[in-house]
Design a protein around this ligand. Sequence first.
Ligand SMILES: O=C(O)CCC(=O)C(=O)O
Ligand SMILES: [Fe+2]
Length: 411
Amino acid sequence: MDDLRQWPDPVVPVQSLSDGGLTCIPEKYVKPPSDRPSLEANFDPGLTMPVVDLRGIYDGSVDSRAAMVAIWDACKEWGFFQVINHGVRQDLVEEMKGVWREFFRRPSDEKQGYANSPATYEGYGSRVGVEKGAVLDWGDYYFLHLLPRSIESHDRHWPARPSTLRNVTEEYGGEVFKLCGALLRVLSMGLGLDEEYLRRAFGGDGTAACVRVNLYPKCPQPELTLGLSPHSDPGGLTVLLADDHVEGLQVRKDGAWLTVRPVPGAFIVNVGDQIEVICFQSPTTVFACMTYVIIKQESTKTLGTKLEPRPPMLLRFLRNVADTLFAILNVISNGIYKSVDHRVIASSKDERLSIAFFYNPGGDVAIGPARELLTPQLPPLYPCITFNEYRLYVRKRGPSGKSQMKSLKLY
Ligand SMILES: O=C(O)CCC(=O)C(=O)O
Ligand SMILES: [Fe+2]
């Protein structure tokens, strides 16, 4: 059993490395060549993530049907979209960014007083997963539970300074929570389900929410590392407030990594694993997922033993075939909302701040494919397990490094 009370190696905040004025990044942040980002040609102007105006959904002042269709399509094709006129006050958004920037500027000793452990991740941290000697990401974060009240982070996990941080974060969390409720109604309707379906499936009043504030300090060698490794979000829906000035988020689209250009004042929304689990599984998707998992597992097993009886190039080729097959067949099946891999690249120019709000099922709520969407001929693709079990399984795998992060999805 992994010891979840402490990290396997001493944790050094990336901020302290960056402030120290390094010209080279330490070895343990250097990714293997196949995982390194290409810093050019990763923005395709012909392929931009949909931006949806939510005005009509709130007040009926414009036709909301077009916005709903845009959201349904985006969830199937991208797993991501941006929203404008989202109902969260802009001054609150600015305050939220302000208090967290201020926190990260506090003295290092003060921040270390909130250092987190892998048991709950609450507090100030810099790594994910407890695998000893793992290649690390170039980023620090602060993680807090907001809801339900019964698991809201204890007072000791909340930074005392700046003094307005807690109030602002809770108010912001409350507003974004409402936005997620509205979005879940739209997503339920897109599946032909009753509009409260997904909200109920997530546990109604027991629905959970947490926030992860990410700080990616300036990096002297962004071509060798990543701010955040590829992963899909394990929960329900994520609402990301991205930095106004520094880009960094990349989304996997048809096998390529595309850099997202955040629209000013917008949130970036993405579908998490639990929504994909609930969605309808068409036979084509089942076939695609099975093929994908089998090839992927085989190649991981072989790589995992370090025997490498086959040359790594062949394995990489097989993985690419699996990824491509998965992408193509998913497009053909066109029937589900997808939880899509994303990652963050580091920047040599400036630090980047992002605030991810996670709307998750209650920990004890069992999530499985919607029965209403299954027929006897259509077996469910995913097992029905509680979100806590899912998280435990995820955590046991130790999310670090690309292949492990990618294998976190429970098929
Ligand atoms: O910083 C970003 O743009 C993405 C953050 C993210 O994916 C996460 O916190 O799960
Ligand atoms: Fe994420």
